[in-house]
Design a protein around this ligand. Structure first.
Ligand code: SF4
Ligand code: SF4
Length: 405
């Protein structure tokens, strides 16, 4: 297997101390060394040294990694595990790419083809509002078609985003920002995008939202498909290249690591920031007042926000601007919920068992609302809440802030 010398050296920096093991969600669930960070690094070394073949067993251990980065945060040797697993998956993808299954093919089209995604969203709105959804669920047709799980995850869709590139500020202009929408923002999570536009314009920013932007590329990157991830990054680079903006902002924390590569790759030095990070560092105009809210809000911290972006304190700091609100960080927030991009579709049993801990906590706390900064986690947890009959609304923190303006 072709692997760069950087990756070989990085793998050798693992001293096999095992301190990362108790923090790894797949090891916690399966108690198998092959499903631990240390075990996976050993497998990668075996592949590189051609002592191991990339057979199904080896690939399954590597594929079960959630890319949650919990191990990296705990490693005393600061091994860059995330880089190791991404490059290994890319090498395996180019050498042993297996034919994609039905759901994987659907996900791939959804992520890469903007027009197809928007068309599908329109059909989904009709499906949800016409009673067809009820019929499909109760006819039992979805299961044999392999669509039952995906149907259970898709939320009630919000209003479509207008095909408008520019939104002027309300009141005195403080600057210009680009808004990255991504594959979820223009389909399953338009509610968060409407809220982000409302909030940013009220805070004095002109918001620019080029229509020809596309998915950030995180999903293909996690699968090891570097070619597709790079093609998507190029589309986004082109879409935002002509804009004169103070920052490029994204709402789904899971897009963070791939989008920050755009910054490193030279988007004219424009900072690429998660929306909570941006809102925490700007001055809020005196005129913008948030209405009090007498509700209990649980805060879920996605791994991407805490382990990768190191912004775990941002949601609580921001939401504490709302007078009267009671904020409750979810216990064991450091544990992955199992959503992890399309992991919840590829490894449903493991993803659901990782989610159990979150549902148990929410059943005890019974908040009015759960906020999560990553749409993948929000969809996965919300589906679990619906199945468990727990009526807890799940929204992005900016949606809550925008509601209180
Ligand atoms: S990845 Fe880090 S913490 Fe885990 S076994 Fe290797 S050196 Fe130890
Ligand atoms: S990234 Fe997460 S799932 Fe993967 S080895 Fe590290 S702790 Fe385990």
């Amino acid at each position: 297997m072709k692997i760069s010398s950087f990756i070989q050296k990085e793998a050798d920096r693992c001293v096999k101390c095992g301190l990362c093991l108790p923090h790894c969600p797949t090891y916690q669930q399966l108690s198998d060394e092959g499903d631990s960070p240390r075990g996976r690094i050993a497998l990668m070394q075996g592949l590189m040294q051609q002592k191991l073949l990339p057979d199904e067993k080896v690939q399954t251990h590597l594929d079960r990694c959630l890319l949650c980065h919990a191990c990296e945060a705990m490693c005393p040797s600061e091994v860059k595990y995330g880089e190791l697993i991404k490059e290994t998956r890319a090498a395996l993808h180019s050498e042993t790419a297996a034919p994609a299954g039905r759901v994987a093919e659907m996900m791939q089209r959804f992520v890469t083809e903007r027009d197809h995604r928007r068309h599908l969203s329109r059909l989904l709105r009709v499906y949800q509002s016409s009673g067809l959804g009820w019929l499909a669920r109760h006819s039992g047709l979805l299961r044999p078609l392999g669509l039952a799980r995906i149907e259970g995850i898709v939320p009630k869709l919000g209003a479509a985003l207008p095909t408008q590139d520019d939104y002027p500020p309300i009141g005195e202009q403080k600057g210009d920002v680009g808004l990255f929408v991504g594959c979820m923002g223009d389909s399953l999570d338009t509610t968060t995008m409407h809220a982000a536009i409302q909030l940013l314009t009220h805070l004095g920013y002109a918001v620019h939202l080029p229509q020809d932007q596309n998915c950030c590329g995180a999903l293909p990157l996690h699968r090891g498909d570097l070619k597709q991830a790079e093609a998507l990054a190029n589309e986004n680079r082109t879409a935002f290249s002509d804009l004169k903006i103070d920052a490029l902002i994204y709402c789904a924390s899971g897009c963070g690591s791939t989008l920050q590569k755009l910054e490193q790759a030279g988007s004219n030095g424009t900072p690429v920031l998660e929306i909570g990070q941006f809102l925490a560092q700007i001055e809020w105009p005196e005129a913008v007042k948030l209405r009090p809210l007498d509700k209990r809000i649980a805060i879920h911290l996605p791994c991407s926000l805490s382990h990768l972006l190191h912004q775990g304190a941002a949601p609580e700091a921001l939401l504490s601007k709302i007078p009267g609100v009671k904020l409750i960080p979810l216990p064991e927030n450091q544990n992955c919920c199992g959503g992890a991009g399309d992991y919840m579709m590829r490894h449903p049993a493991l993803a659901d068992s990782l989610r159990e801990g979150k549902l148990r906590q929410l059943d005890i706390i019974r908040p009015d609302i759960l906020v999560s900064s990553n749409i993948g986690c929000a969809l996965h947890i919300a589906a679990g809440l619906r199945d468990a009959g727990l009526k807890i609304e799940v929204i992005h923190p900016v949606t809550l802030l925008a509601r209180q303006i």
